[in-house]
Design a protein around this ligand. Structure first.
Ligand SMILES: Cc1cc2nc3c(=O)[nH]c(=O)nc-3n(C[C@H](O)[C@H](O)[C@H](O)COP(=O)(O)OP(=O)(O)OC[C@H]3O[C@@H](n4cnc5c(N)ncnc54)[C@H](O)[C@@H]3O)c2cc1C
Length: 485
């Protein structure tokens, strides 16, 4: 008899799992509390401006391609991908580093900053490439059940890389602080400080310099549309505006969910909502992790975000722009060590309309500003405005132009919205960090240890934060459910 699976949430991991389970013959229904799909990757359209609400960096194109290939499809059946050239720009207080779209161009830029650094860079990236092959083709494809999953002939010879940090390895090879920040930037996607991230994760540097930065024409939401189309082709049923209120357990086994007060029977429940929230849908005795457990974990930052429509084209900018013109260590300490609103924050600005005319009206610019902050901070309109003023002033100074008087509209999103919109623990933006003690089998489990037929997926479980890992997480949990049947 066909087994039924109810999936909570419609983020990338949920949509990925939905497709794999439907392909394996299950009757899959996705229940999403919001009115559109995609989880943290939603779209906001206003007055002809198109914004991606969450993720904006398309890295690791091979993982997306593999996902579609698993269903006999090509990514290009659904959306067009452009390689960005340059990939991005980093503004420092006294210089600007442009990261090109090839190792050759990046080496020239490194040599300009530090003589002799290109040779070290090539070696570093070649080692990062080896780690990428091991991580992506072997380690992350394991479900995080046992420590032995990390033991492969390749990782055994690299054990030291799990105990050294990315920060230490970069500083050993490069002296110039701007090059150090450039090479430490990619692991920020993993949610922890580079000084707390194992050097094995240098594979993120290969993802950056080796594989490049891409843009789906029309924005990141095109990926969600593609996955939704694929899910529908596979006969997945999708229900929006359907918050799951309870996971029903009968004698230690889940037998259903509750939506809008109605009981819905199912054989399996898979939650792709924030793990902490998912467990609150269970009676306390069925939860695996206590509040004390979650409180001790290192969470990825939250973010203060602004979506701004500008009535003119801006100058001296690229599609992706990092403002690393203040003290990186102090901002990191204000996120992780002594959580507080940052004194002088680093920030990121995305202008998709620089390379994709469909994202803004003619002669205008679509701007997405992001300030990483500690989760759980007080979030008020006054604080949001104060930081908007601060970053716009710095943006104007660094890019040498006036922009404040060209704002048509601005919207913001911060800690309270992450909680309200996604049931996010403490308003985290992108899950639980990948530190040494929060890697693989040390992360919250894909399979409930207390309730039969209950599974979890997404950025708080394996392999971790980011869109590509979420696609993989969905695949891993689907395989576990199939094995369990
Ligand atoms: C601002 C920002 C920038 C980012 N930038 C990047 C980037 O550039 N590149 C990158 O690769 N990654 C980036 N990320 C990370 C990436 O977006 C996430 O890791 C990924 O989208 C998480 O997917 P997920 O499957 O874990 O689920 P989520 O996206 O968290 O989705 C969970 C879903 O569950 C729903 N839900 C919650 N509770 C319930 C309930 N009770 N009933 C029904 N539904 C429920 C929520 O509404 C949500 O839709 C960024 C994230 C943010 C927030």
């Amino acid at each position: 008899m066909t087994k039924k699976v109810a999936i909570i949430g419609s983020g990338f991991s949920s949509l990925s799992a939905a497709c794999y389970l439907a392909q394996a013959g299950y009757k899959v229904t996705v229940y999403e509390k919001n009115n559109t799909l995609g989880g943290r990757c939603r779209q906001f359209i206003k007055e002809g401006f198109t914004f991606d609400i969450g993720p904006s960096w398309y890295w690791m194109p091979d993982i997306f391609d593999k996902f579609f290939a698993d269903f006999g499809k090509k990514r290009s059946d659904y959306y067009t991908l452009d390689k960005l050239s340059p990939a991005y720009k980093i503004f420092f207080a006294d210089d600007v580093i442009t990261v090109g779209d090839s190792m050759e161009k990046i080496c020239v830029e490194f040599e300009r900053i530090e003589k002799g650094s290109a040779k070290h860079l090539r070696k570093f990236i070649s080692q990062a490439q080896e780690n990428y092959d091991i991580a992506i083709n072997k380690v992350v494809l394991r479900p995080g059940i046992s420590p032995f999953e990390l033991v492969t002939p390749e990782t055994v010879t690299r054990v030291d890389q799990f105990f050294k940090t990315i920060s230490g390895q970069v500083r050993k090879r490069f002296k110039n602080p701007k090059l150090v920040s450039t090479l430490e930037f990619p692991v920020l996607f993993l949610g922890a400080k580079p000084s707390k991230t194992p050097s094995f994760y240098s594979f993120m540097n290969y993802a950056d310099f080796g594989l490049g930065t891409w843009h789906p024409r029309g924005g990141m939401y095109e990926i969600v549309k593609a996955m939704q189309a694929l899910a529908l082709e596979l006969n997945v049923t999708i229900k929006t505006n359907s918050a799951v209120e309870k996971i029903v357990v009968n004698q230690g086994k889940t037998t259903g969910i509750q939506v809008k007060g109605n009981r819905i029977d199912t054989d399996y429940v898979l939650s792709g909502a924030d793990y902490h929230h998912s467990e609150t849908l269970l009676d306390a005795s069925y939860r695996q992790y206590s509040e004390a457990y979650w409180a001790k974990k290192t969470f990825a930052p939250s973010s203060l975000l602004f979506y701004i429509g500008f009535e003119k084209k801006l100058k001296n900018i690229e599609h992706h722009n990092l403002f690393f013109d203040t003290n990186f260590e102090r901002h990191a300490a204000e996120i992780y060590d002594a959580p507080q609103w940052p004194t002088d924050p680093l920030f990121y600005v995305n202008f998709p309309s620089v390379t994709d005319a469909s994202m803004a009206p003619e002669g205008c610019e679509t701007g997405f500003f992001l300030v990483p902050i500690a989760p759980d901070l007080e979030d008020t309109p006054e604080l949001r405005n104060q930081y908007l003023e601060l970053i716009l002033a710095r943006f104007e100074e660094r890019t040498d132009q006036e922009v404040k008087n060209s704002i048509i509209f601005k919207e913001s999103f911060c800690v309270n919205d992450f909680v309200e919109e996604y049931n996010s623990y403490k308003g985290n933006a992108y899950g639980m960090a990948n530190t040494l003690l929060q890697t693989a089998f040390l992360r919250p489990s894909l399979k409930s240890k207390k309730v039969k037929n209950l599974f979890f997926t997404g950025q708080l479980t394996v392999p971790g934060p980011g869109v590509p890992p979420s696609l993989i997480s969905g695949k891993l949990v689907a395989e576990l459910i199939v094995k369990n049947t």
